[in-house]
Design a protein around this ligand. Sequence first.
Ligand code: IPE
Length: 218
Amino acid sequence: LISTNERGPTILKLGGSVVTDKGEDFSPRLALIEEIAAIISRSGKRFILVHGGGSFAHPIAARYGLEKGYRDPSQLIGLAKTKQGLVRLQALILEALIREGIPAVAFMASSFARSESGRIRSLFLEPMRSLFAIGVTPLVSGDIVADSVLGFSVVSGDQLASALAIEFGAGKVIFGSDVNGVYTEDPKRDAKAQLIRTVDMSTIDGLASTAGSSAQRT
Ligand code: IPE
């Protein structure tokens, strides 16, 4: 949790393990999504929302070997299916947000971002900025975007949240996951993972760069 600009929006990243049950393909955690939507609505604050793909995206991306980028045409239907999964999950999240009266509008990272070797290199955020300025709440998911080196690459919600935080001068960045705290590694997989006690912009950006290169994250 950081505070650099009290007037900036809060960037809230909902990990795939928060919005989906990772144990079963295509299983949303609807009660939790609803609860989060209600909290956002009651807060009265400005948010930019980012979510992971969880069980709507990772299993398909893995099945088609999408993490390493474009290798052969047989991956393309997997690319399409992964992005379809993200859209399906996003529709469920939108439903909950809109039910709570939040004017949430989905923006696809593949339409506003390009990457280079898995790192975001260019962004076209003017449309999002304009709609945010009049009160819209943008909703973005981790995505597969065009990549100048790899053909395409998986860009995590963490990496997008970090980029949007910088671009929008975020007052706060919150990474919601099923782990308490921010760690150097995934504490469920790596015994050497250490809790980071003070988190600032550079920490978040550093974490996002490691996160972007791994599809194994929760
Ligand atoms: C990317 O989203 C999902 C894919 C395109 C594979 P994230 O990497 O942010 O998703 P979670 O939070 O780990 O599930």
